[in-house]
Design a protein around this ligand. Sequence first.
Ligand SMILES: N[C@@H](CCC(=O)N[C@@H](CS)C(=O)NCC(=O)O)C(=O)O
Length: 216
Amino acid sequence: MSNALTLYYSPGACSLAPHVALEEAGAAFDAVRISFADGEQRSPAFLAINPKARVPALVHDGFVVTENPAILRYIARTHPAAGLWPDDPRDEARCAEWLAWCASGLHVAYAHTRRAERYAATDAGRTDVVETGKAATRRVWEEVEAKLAASASDWVAGDRFSVADAYLVVFWTWGRGANLGYDMPADFPSWTAHARRVGARPGVQRAFAREGVALP
Ligand SMILES: N[C@@H](CCC(=O)N[C@@H](CS)C(=O)NCC(=O)O)C(=O)O
């Protein structure tokens, strides 16, 4: 059996998390770029891989995994030597907690600011969704900052880098993006210190470079 591993990603999107994880795992993989500008996430070829029309999608010997928490766990499980998933039960719970929060809290709050058409049908409704979403996103970003400020560890789940750190750094990059326009170092200093620790890692740097995303 071949050992083909392919990540479908779009530059700067949430697929940057598994991209980082694969590089940190030292995996041999193909990175296939999906252009949102060209609507490639809705192309028949991509819908055959992920009918949800979203990245990331990971394909391993024909086995398709979607959804960041599942993909990140799968990468960690299939590359155990990289130690990307904590061993200690409490660190593991913390890692799973961060993955869930990133997917259902940070990402969903942000989606209201960027993809209002998913949530309202009228101009007035969309304006309200964006404004309410921006307030909700700011609150959740402040919650992340408070957690990191209170943490004694360099990493979010235990005392070593894990897939949770790979996921969290994506939202740091979205914070500095034009849509939110936060001054991340000034307003979120503990999160910025964490993002810079993540960004100092060679595997992280390879993934950011391939996607053309500036390091924290
Ligand atoms: N719950 C999914 C969300 C995936 C998702 O929303 N991906 C975005 C990029 S960050 C996407 O593919 N958007 C394409 C679109 O909205 O058309 C996960 O965590 O993997």
